[in-house]
Design a protein around this ligand. Structure first.
Ligand SMILES: [Zn+2]
Length: 286
């Protein structure tokens, strides 16, 4: 005679607990589009999947619980209708989450934010000093201080700056409304990525800002700075600018031409990235 162990019958207590849990959670199906897939677990990428969450969770909670910083998200559709981050979830909701389409017209649909920042200003985290320098070189107002990381949230809010970082947790902070997760590891690639993502390569104003202080440069009469110039520069250069903060003087020497080349290359790479992204995005709303 064989014996087998029967599975234990659930106690009334267990049944009660299960019913409570069912009442307190909902299951929604989600799909993330384009580069948002980089943030989520591999087995959830590029496909629809079910996710169980607390019944009182908002869309923002769910998106961030899955690993996607809310600042990366531009548009959320629930059952085909555009919603904002505060939207609650109902059982059976189908949720589509789209990244920023700076070069893609979704204006007929409500976005998750009232509108883009009108002036493009950045704050770069402590690890992005190279990118900050290149952005300043391209003329963009970029706050960066390699000794301070904790103040980024405050500075972003105070000045209306777009946070640039490779730290997802930083972008999840509620006070940060505009942020860019930077995927590239090297500064030149990072610059192309930011230019493409925010459609900025037409807005570059090379060498209009001090690389050290971030202050705008002002034209200065050669006669006023003659004594500060090396002899060869004094002889060959006619146009000068200066920084009101650090008082450095800049001119169009070989270093200047090298920087222009670097910016031109980043601009070309950005245009290529944007062209390939637009091709990929044209299928998103089908
Ligand atoms: Zn300066």
């Amino acid at each position: 005679m064989t014996s087998r162990i029967l599975p234990a019958l659930p106690s009334l207590e267990d049944i009660g607990a299960r019913q409570d849990r069912t009442a307190a959670t909902v299951v929604a199906s989600l799909r993330f589009y384009e580069e948002l897939n980089d943030f989520i677990a591999r087995d959830r990428r590029w496909r629809e999947f079910d996710f169980e969450c607390a019944a009182d969770a908002t869309i923002k909670h769910v998106i961030e619980a899955l690993g996607v910083p809310h600042t990366e998200v531009e548009l959320i559709l629930v059952n085909g209708v555009s919603v904002d981050f505060a939207q609650g979830l109902r059982h059976g909701d189908r949720i589509s989450v789209y990244p920023k389409f700076e070069a893609f017209d979704i204006s007929p649909l409500l976005r998750v934010r009232p509108g883009p920042l009108r002036i493009t200003r950045f704050v770069a985290d402590v690890h992005l000093g190279g990118l900050a320098r290149l952005l300043r070189m391209a003329g963009f107002d970029t706050w960066y201080d390699n000794s301070v990381d904790a103040g980024i949230e405050r500075i972003a809010g105070r000045d209306g700056r777009i946070v640039l970082t490779r730290d997802r947790d930083l972008l999840k902070r509620r006070a940060i409304t505009h942020g860019c997760y930077v995927h590239a590891l090297k500064p030149d690639g990072q610059l192309s990525e930011v230019l493409a993502r925010l459609d900025l390569f037409g807005s570059m104003q090379p060498l209009s800002r001090c690389l050290k202080c971030n202050a705008p440069l002002m034209a200065v009469e050669k006669a006023l700075i003659l004594d500060a110039l090396p002899p060869r520069v004094r002889e060959h250069q006619q146009h000068f600018s200066t920084c009101a903060v650090c008082r450095r003087v800049f001119w169009e020497g070989s270093h200047w031409r090298h920087m222009l080349d670097r910016l031109a290359k980043a601009g070309e790479a950005a245009a290529d990235q944007q062209a390939s992204t637009q091709g990929a995005q044209s299928s998103v709303f089908r």
